[in-house]
Design a protein around this ligand. Structure first.
Ligand SMILES: Nc1ncnc2c1ncn2[C@@H]1O[C@H](COP(=O)(O)OP(=O)(O)OP(=O)(O)O)[C@@H](O)[C@H]1O
Ligand SMILES: [Mg+2]
Length: 340
């Protein structure tokens, strides 16, 4: 569709030319009036062409008014045309965008279904592998030598890692399909912290990182899904340990913020995150070190899920970080009931 040429000349045609075109003024008379107008302008007097033509008796008032009215009508018509044209374009573009959006959400749905199906399909064979390795490692199918046992123990660790990855994928696809269910109940964060320390201690030790825990006594229970909140803190601890060089320190701090709020923060003295990349952290499957030779393992799902789980709890995660110095990830939870 051709766009009307909305040049200023079209919108506001010059009065003199218009009068000549319409035969209301002769071309020579226009020239005369323009010359006169020019002279008047030199003397810094008002130099409107219409007034000059009237002054020189080259046009009468009704004809001039008629010409100006015609020009105003033309201008209004041109504006109405332009408006109609713009409305049509907006409608066309909206329809195109709606179609693209529909296609995109269909594709997204397909991806979510694929992730859900494939992760369930991966789980079944893995359960068999895990079961048989367990039978073997306990000498149930015959005695094994040390070397064979070591090899099976390495396999067991890899199986645990794979299980974790599959669980994350299942959780992610549930969240993406809006199927994440929370089992909310009063949660004792002292118990949660004890579980986390048990789990994170060997990892920290392995990587020569000092683990520090500060949890205030007599914290009120919080309203949360215990399993999912434990998982969230574990992910934050996991990242803190993973992105901190040997000799560094990782702290888990659980404090009462206000009467009805408890904050959980994980601080490390690790590599930190550049300011302009903080917003990328929570994108699913996104890692800041995207190179093929990346040093740190993982799939980039951890923080995306952390955010979804906290969002379902009505909480948000706050990140403070300084490149080369370390990072703090913090969120708050509501106390189960108000403290007395
Ligand atoms: N404590 C941290 N210090 C520095 N960078 C971090 C920290 N936590 C997360 N990041 C950056 O954010 C990215 C995304 O973190 P996320 O936990 O989502 O994924 P991951 O740890 O790489 O993989 P996964 O959690 O799936 O094993 C990380 O790859 C890393 O680049
Ligand atoms: Mg992670």
């Amino acid at each position: 569709m051709a766009q009307p040429h909305l040049t200023p000349e079209v919108l506001v045609p010059r009065l003199g030319e218009y009068l000549v075109q319409r035969g209301r003024v002769r071309a020579e008379d226009l020239k005369k009036a323009l010359a006169h107008q020019h002279k008047k302008q030199d003397k810094t007097q008002s130099g409107l062409l219409g007034e000059t033509l009237l002054e020189l008796g080259l046009i009468d008032r009704p004809t001039l008014d008629q010409a100006i009215t015609e020009q105003i009508i033309q201008l209004r018509n041109a504006l109405e045309d332009a408006n109609r044209y713009l409305e049509r374009r907006v409608q066309e573009r909206t329809a195109e965008l709606q179609l693209a959006l529909r296609k995109l959400s269909e594709l997204n749905q397909m991806k979510n279904n694929f992730v859900a199906n494939i992760s369930h399909e991966l789980r079944t064979p893995l359960t068999h592998v895990k079961g048989y390795v367990e039978i073997l490692v306990t000498d149930s199918l015959g005695a094994l030598n040390e070397e064979q046992k070591n090899a099976l123990q390495v396999s067991q660790r890899a199986i645990t890692q794979l299980e974790g990855l599959i669980d994350n994928l299942i959780l992610f696809s549930q969240a993406a399909r809006g199927e994440m269910t929370l089992h909310m109940a009063p949660v004792n964060l002292h118990n949660v912290a004890a579980n986390i320390i048990n789990y994170s201690n060997p990892k920290a030790l392995d990587r020569k990182i000092t683990l520090h825990v500060e949890i205030k006594p007599n914290l009120p229970a919080v309203k949360a899904d215990e399993e999912k909140i434990t998982w969230v803190i574990l992910q934050l601890m996991d990242n803190a340990i993973k992105f901190t060089p040997a000799g560094g320190r990782v702290s888990l701090t659980i404090l009462r913020e206000a009467d009805s709020l408890v904050s959980v923060s994980v601080t490390d003295t690790g590599i930190g995150i550049p300011k302009d990349r903080l917003h990328e952290l929570f994108e699913p499957f996104h890692q800041l070190d995207g190179s093929s030779t990346r040093r740190y393992g993982g799939t980039g799902l951890g923080l995306a899920l952390v955010r979804q789980i906290l969002d379902a709890h009505g909480s948000v995660i706050d990140v403070r970080s300084e490149e080369g110095k370390g990072s703090t990830f913090k969120f708050t939870l509501l106390a189960a009931r108000r403290a007395s």
